[in-house]
Design a protein around this ligand. Structure first.
Ligand code: FAD
Length: 394
């Protein structure tokens, strides 16, 4: 290569990160094509109706629901970066609710089944989940306990060969459509953190009541349920993982959930950025493209800096996660920062669009409403700050 070529600045250079291989690129293309062809065209409609269950079946057929699960369970046998690719490409469907519904299934509810489940549980729950034949949800939050997971009240009491479950869960994504729930319960209220147990509960079990669909600020295409459990009897082999270890199991689960959430936040922010850049190059005011005003140009520079910083944090943390580390501090930083900048970027993108940004048809207001959830779900900003602060011994 000639020196002149080397020294020439290249603002268009590909943003491929070292964690991704050619195989990831091919996967990205294939998921991206599917998302743009089969999901994005329905974004408006699904905001009104919630997205159909057939999305899971279709994604199961295409192999997208088990990217990093072993082939013996119907998965693709890929690495963790494949899940990052999925989370990033799902942002192209223009509907945070669809991306969230799928992510709850692939990266929140099924990972504990894979890691802690017995072989029988994997055959009964993981295999059909990967195929898109069963839909899953995860039940941690309750009307009286969200951030304070240890404060949950849902009780599971042993009765012979069975457990009897009573309690309620709220804000449960996929709760109306799910075939099963990974349910966090208390089995021994006097045992502190050693008193929690996870269960796999079929949602058609007697005593499981799917109460009203909850109305939300954003994520309209997803279903969010208030659930009640009234004397639900499950066999003792419905315990997922170890009796009394449910708190630790779910704390492990939350790390993957947060990192995938962070990847989705960055991808959503990038989507808004790209769309707004296009607008700033087309829209004219006072005789010139609005993007050529220095104040607008600097807004893009600020946004690009935030997005790129968050992306690097997510990728580096994903690399550590893939290589067997459990970097809670870094995952919390990535989740906190990515969620915050996604809201800031969406807000700035509305501003750059002017009145059009406030209009539904443009879709930027939806990005703002959808991304707002990420500062709350899977651990609020305040909880992330506390985890990070405590990791320094404070
Ligand atoms: C659309 C949506 C989908 C969701 N999907 C699911 C799901 O599928 N499964 C599931 O289990 N949950 C789900 N959630 C619940 C979500 O994880 C909780 O809302 C979140 O963890 C916060 O809990 P909370 O709402 O009870 O708020 P609270 O815990 O009551 O917090 C209220 C406020 O107090 C602050 N606060 C609490 N404790 C502290 C502290 N120690 N220090 C400082 N500040 C504190 C919080 O940061 C927050 O600002 C969902 C929520 C929404 C909105």
């Amino acid at each position: 290569m000639a020196t002149a070529d080397v020294l020439k600045p290249d603002f268009q250079s590909r943003k491929k990160h070292f964690i991704f291989s050619e195989e990831h690129d091919r996967l990205r293309e294939s998921i991206g094509r599917f998302v743009e062809k089969e999901l994005a065209p329905h974004a408006e409609e699904w905001e009104e109706t919630t997205f159909p269950d057939s999305v899971f079946r279709r994604m199961g057929e295409l192999g997208f629901l088990g990217l990093s699960y072993p082939e013996e369970y119907g998965g693709q046998g890929g690495d963790y970066y494949c899940n990052i690719v999925l989370a990033e490409e799902m942002a192209k469907c223009n509907s945070g609710g669809v991306a969230m519904g799928v992510a709850v299934h692939t990266d929140m509810a099924t990972p504990p089944v894979f890691l802690f489940g017995t072989e029988e549980q994997k055959q009964n729950y993981l295999v059909p989940s990967i195929a898109g034949e069963k839909i899953s949800c995860l039940g941690i939050t309750e009307p009286d306990a969200g951030s304070d997971v240890a404060g949950i009240k849902t009780r599971a009491v042993r009765d012979g060969d069975e457990y009897v479950i009573n309690g309620s869960k709220t804000f449960i994504t996929n709760g109306h459509r799910a075939d099963f729930i990974v349910l966090v319960t208390k089995t021994d209220p006097d045992a502190g953190y050693d008193g929690f147990t996870l269960f796999l509960v079929d949602m058609d079990s007697e005593g499981v009541i799917r109460e009203k669909k909850l109305e939300k600020l954003g994520m309209h295409s997803s279903d969010t349920a208030l659930l009640a459990f009234q004397d639900v009897r499950v066999p003792a082999d419905a315990v997922l993982g170890e009796v009394g270890k449910g708190f630790y199991h779910i704390m492990w689960e939350l790390q993957g959930e947060r990192l995938i959430g962070a990847a989705g936040s960055v991808a959503g922010a990038q989507r808004s950025f790209d769309k707004t850049l296009q607008y700033a190059l087309e829209r004219k005011a006072f005789g010139r493209q609005i993007g050529k005003f220095q104040v607008i140009r600097h807004k893009f520079a600020e946004m690009a800096t935030k997005i790129e910083t968050a992306r690097q944090m997510v990728y580096t943390t994903a690399w550590r996660f893939q290589n067997g580390e459990y970097p809670v501090r870094e995952i919390s930083i990535a989740k906190l920062y990515a969620s915050r900048i996604a809201v800031e970027v969406a807000d700035e993108c509305i501003q750059i669009h002017g009145g059009a940004g406030y209009m539904k048809e443009v879709g930027i207001e939806r990005a703002w409403r959808d991304s707002r959830l990420n500062r709350i779900g899977a651990g609020t900003d305040e909880i992330m700050l506390d985890v990070i602060g405590r990791s320094y011994g404070l």
